[in-house]
Write a protein of this length. Sequence first.
Length: 365
Amino acid sequence: MLCDQAVNNFLIFFFQHCNVYSMQLYNKLSAEERRLLIAEAGTERLTLSFYQYHQVENPQLLRDHLFLHWNDMDVLGRIYVAHEGINAQLSVPAPRFDDFKNFLDGIRFLKGVRLNIAVEQDNESFLKLTVKVRDKIVADGLDDSTFDVTQKGIHLDADAFNALMSEPDTVCVDMRNHYESEIGHFKGAVTPDVDTFRDSLPLIEQDLSAHKEDKKLLMYCTGGIRCEKASAYFKHKGFKHVFQLEGGIIEYARQVNEKGLENQFVGKNFVFDERRGERISEHVIAQCHQCGSPCDSHVNCANEACHLLFIQCDSCREETQSCCSSDCQETINLPLEEQRKRRKGKHNSNKIFKKGRSEVLKFKH
C-alpha cells in the first residue's frame, strides 16, 4: 500500500501525462437513463455511507481518482472531498462490494474505514455518481483553526448509549435538522428547530450554557459525521462531559437488531437519497403537511419550479398530483413550453432548504 505522498505524486504524474479529456470524469446519464440501466442489469445494489477526517493535500486529484475507479465499478452516489477529508453516501452493485472495499483499503487513510450499511435497501437510492470538491465535507460554519478538532467526545456503542441516555444528568441532543427529527428521533431527545447543522451549534451552546459542568452532553446524528466536529467544538466551548453515538442512527439500528437491544429510537431515520427515509421503528410520529393525517413519507413537489420537500400522504398525493399547492398543480398541467417560461429566472434552492416550512402547507412543522 502506497503512502499518501506517493499516491499524490503518482496521481499528479498520471493526470499530467494522460489525455484527461479522453477520460470520463463526470456523470453523463440522466436519472431516467440510469434507472433503466439498473433495471436491465437486474443486480442487487448495496446502499452505504462512510466518512473520514484526514488532511488531503490535493482534493481535486483525489476526486478525479475516485470518480474514474468508481465509475468503472458502477458506483453511484454523492461524495464530497475537501482538504479535511471525505464524506460519501453511495450505492454499489452487491457483486462488486469486495472490489469496492479493496479499493478503499488501498488508500492509506481509508483502510478499514467503517462502512454504514443502510437499514433498508433500494436499488434506486442513487441514480448518478457525483463527486465534488468542497471547502468542507460538512457545512458547519466553524473556523477549525480556532480549536482542536481532534479533541472529540467519547464514542459510545448502542448499549452504552442506551445506558447513558437513561441517566438523569444526561441531556440527549439531536444534531440533525428539523425535517429529519420530525419523522424520527430518540425518546426524550432535544430536537433543535433548525434548518441547517451550522444553525444548531450556537443554539445548543446557548440553551445549555448553564450546564457545561454538571450535565452530560450526549449527541447523535445520521451516521456520526456531524457529531465528530460538534463534540470537539462543544469541548472547546467548555462542556466537560461530551459523548456521541458511534456510527450514528444507522449503526445503532444495526446493533439493536444484531444484539437484541431495546430500541430507543422512534420513527424513521431521514436519509439524503431517493429513499428519503428508512424505518427504524413502527411508530409514525409525523403528519401529512397537507391534511394532518399520520404520515412520515417525504416527497418533492412535482412542479420543477418548486421542488419543495414536504410530507405527503397517499390520498393527498393522488388528489394534488404530487404537488404542494394548487398553484403548483395548475403549473404542471400547462404545456411544457409554458412551464419553462414560468421557471425562467427563478431559483428554488432557498425554498428547498426551508423543508416543510412553506406557507402553502397547512400542517407544517
